[in-house]
Structure formats: structure tokens, C-alpha cells
Design a protein. Structure first.
Length: 178
């Protein structure tokens, strides 16, 4: 499987998408989502990236983030997925479908996340804001809720001043070297 090219160290915001294994709706139980959010927040503290927006959909996640220069996106996202997936599986937080197992070296193991992530460098503040709005409107577009504020698992409510949210959001400030 060829590696996807990430253009790191451009000092721009990043719009990142990754999915559950085989795009299955594994992100529906609050306990599972909270494990993911905890792994995301732990990674933010460890790697010191800024988190501008997120949305957790039933089968995928979108993030708008700003990693520090020198931070490689692939390993960072890999760690979030690895830690959250391992805990979800180990704690049996959901019953994974049979097609979430893979055979490697004669052993069967459960898989929560699809390999890889997809990213887009937000080269302008307008692009970053467009991606933040995309995150917040994704549940509405999919017909899951009528208004962005009705979806508990996004950063929208932080932006409208509510602070009783699952994870805090960093203030959006555009940083870019010329």
C-alpha cells in the first residue's frame, strides 16, 4: 500500500479526515466517543497542536488543527487512532461486527479505524474558516440534526459561547510565515 504524502511543516492549519474501519458506524455510543476525545486531548497536550474545530460523525471524524513545525501529521493522527481504538476494543465498549477483524501472522485481531488519514493544508484563513464551517454543518447536511448546535459531538457550541462542551477549542488565530 503506497504511503499518502502529507505536506508537513508549512505552518498552516490542517483539515484532517479519517474513518472507522470499512466506514462502519462505530462512533455512535457516547462512551466510545469520549474515549476518542480523551485520546485527542492527550495528543494535543503531548504535541502542542492547536485544535480549531472537530466533528465526530457516526463513521468518520474531521479535525481542523494546527500542528507545530516539526510535527509529522501521520504519526500524530496514528497515535490518536491507535490509543483510542485499542482502548475501545480492550474495554469492549461496543460489540464490533465480525468484519472488523483481520488476520495477521495467524492471529485474529479487531480493528476500529481504517488505515491512513486524509488532509488538506489550509493556506489561507478563509480556507481554515471554510473547513471549520464544514465540520459544524456536516451533521445538518447529513440529516442527523436540524441545527449545528443540536449535534453534541462537534466544536460548534464552543464557537457560540457555550463552555460545557466535551473538549475545549483553541482560539482561532492565523499563523503563517511568509
Amino acid at each position: 500500500m503506497p504511503l499518502l504524502k502529507h505536506f508537513d511543516n508549512l505552518n498552516t492549519g490542517r483539515f484532517v479526515t479519517f474513518t472507522c474501519y470499512r466506514r462502519q458506524k462505530l462512533l455512535t455510543a457516547p462512551s466510545v466517543i469520549c474515549v476518542f476525545l480523551h485520546a485527542l486531548d492527550d495528543a494535543r497536550k503531548k504535541y502542542h497542536f492547536r485544535l480549531y474545530a472537530y466533528v465526530i460523525m457516526p463513521e468518520h471524524v474531521h479535525l481542523v488543527m494546527h500542528p507545530l513545525d516539526g510535527t509529522l501529521l501521520g504519526p500524530l493522527i496514528g497515535e490518536i487512532k491507535s490509543k483510542s481504538g485499542a482502548k475501545i476494543v480492550a474495554d469492549s465498549l461496543i460489540q464490533l461486527p465480525d468484519n472488523c477483524s483481520v488476520e495477521r501472522s495467524g492471529q485474529t485481531r479487531w480493528v476500529f479505524w481504517q488505515p491512513r488519514c486524509y488532509d488538506h493544508n489550509c493556506r489561507t484563513p478563509e480556507t481554515a474558516l471554510e473547513k471549520i464551517n464544514y465540520c459544524h454543518n456536516n451533521p445538518v447536511k447529513r440529516g442527523l440534526v436540524a441545527e449545528p448546535g443540536d449535534w453534541r459531538w462537534s466544536s460548534y457550541n464552543w464557537y457560540i459561547g457555550k463552555r460545557d462542551v466535551p473538549i475545549e477549542i483553541d482560539e482561532f488565530e492565523w499563523i503563517r510565515r511568509e
